[in-house]
Design a protein around this ligand. Structure first.
Ligand code: B12
Length: 208
């Protein structure tokens, strides 16, 4: 038994085995980070590489994503740091034109786990919805996710809309094609490469 079994089960699109193996690793006391990174996330990286190589197609990507989500749900309670009073409000979503939500969901789960109130707008979210919701919820941070190079411009227009609305809400961005350089270029307040880093970033921004 190892996280390799989870990796293999995601690549076999075998949701039942992903669920069983993830639970078995949790019960065996395997580090949650290791289950997440070595089992689930690395399998999705492999799926991406096989897609790029023309060995897998969209339906298979979707099946792998469903299998991964099943494992992620089991990890959710373990990603919590402890409850208590809300540390701040974060509005999160995947930007306009983009339907990828696994990374965004992971960031949302870890933010919730760290004690933030998270308002998740889902996928394909336009600038107006981000700005309107952030104003309604008095959000401290708007967190934008994009997995496609073609949807990165939607991040820029959202960051611009937040500034034009004269809001104090900070913006942070992330997703596989996104970089710190891009965040600097579009004037976002922060970038992180992964979900734990996103939590750290928000904590730092709210102290500053
Ligand atoms: C699963 C998947 C899909 C699924 C999505 C299912 C779902 N519900 O999300 C489906 C099948 C729907 C899909 C569709 C498409 N996909 Co796709 N997909 C992937 C795949 C294999 C995995 C993505 C994933 O979930 N990774 C795991 C998560 C945990 O990682 P993550 O999202 O990067 O998130 C982490 C960090 O980036 C960060 N993060 C994420 N968001 C945020 C936000 C903030 C604020 C912060 C701070 C951090 C942060 O933290 C997360 C956790 O650590 C990737 C390959 C890859 N390796 O990225 C391709 C990939 C992203 N897809 C790709 C493509 C081309 C497409 C399609 C255009 C294919 C097509 N021809 O139709 C469509 C586009 C649909 C659309 N309009 O969005 C390309 C993108 C190429 C590019 N550079 O633009 C990739 C890279 C595959 C490839 N190698 O070519 N896809």
């Amino acid at each position: 038994m190892s996280t390799q079994d989870i990796f293999s089960a995601v690549l076999a699109f075998d949701e039942a085995t992903v669920t069983a193996k993830t639970q078995a690793e949790i019960d065996a006391g395997t580090a949650i980070d290791s289950i997440l990174n070595d089992g689930l996330i690395s399998a999705m990286d492999e799926v991406g590489e096989r897609f790029s190589a023309g060995e897998l197609f969209v339906p298979e990507m979707l099946m792998a994503a469903q299998a991964m989500k099943a494992g992620l749900e089991l990890l959710k309670p373990h990603l919590a740091e402890g409850q208590g009073q809300s540390k701040g409000v974060v509005v999160i979503g995947t930007v306009k034109g983009d339907l990828h939500d696994i990374g965004k969901n992971l960031v949302a789960m870890m933010m919730e786990g760290a004690g933030f109130e998270v308002v998740d707008l889902g996928v394909d979210v336009d600038s107006e919805a981000f700005v309107r919701t952030a104003a309604e919820k008095k959000a401290d941070v708007i967190a934008l996710s994009a997995l496609l190079t073609t949807t990165m411009p939607s991040m820029e227009s959202t960051v611009k809309a937040v500034k034009e609305a004269g809001m104090a809400t900070r913006t942070i961005i992330g997703g596989a094609p996104v970089t710190q350089a891009f965040a600097d270029q579009i004037g976002a307040d922060g970038y992180s490469a992964d979900a734990p880093g996103a939590v750290k970033l928000v904590k730092e921004l709210l102290v500053a």
